[in-house]
Design a protein around this ligand. Sequence first.
Ligand code: AMP
Length: 116
Amino acid sequence: MTTEDCLFCQIIAGDIPADIIYESDDAVAFRDINPQAPTHVLIVPRQHIATINDLTDEDCDTVGKLFMAAQAIAKEEGLADDGYRTVMNCNAAAGQSVFHIHLHLLGGRLMSWPPG
Ligand code: AMP
């Protein structure tokens, strides 16, 4: 997969519409098209990285910024005090379906554990 046929690269470029709620130099966040909770946001790096397996030491700052974005969005969405979940799936067994890393931010309902 190249950035040209990556769904999330196309959303970041503005070629495919999405409900974008956060943008920074490093990351973009938009509402999931098939939400699994009252708040379900995907936080994606602008840089195309296919899976967690493809991360290098040079990406540590990028990944850290996804979590800082999650913190800011959770606060903005009123989730910070009650709590919320962040998830990043890797490859087929975990259910990854879009191969551009993304941090799911889910909140607004009680979460069970373990996840399915
Ligand atoms: P994952 O299964 O972890 O790779 O997550 C991919 C997520 O992307 C799923 O929760 C999908 O509902 C979501 N998704 C797929 N297409 C779009 C889209 N066009 N806009 C927003 N979210 C999307």
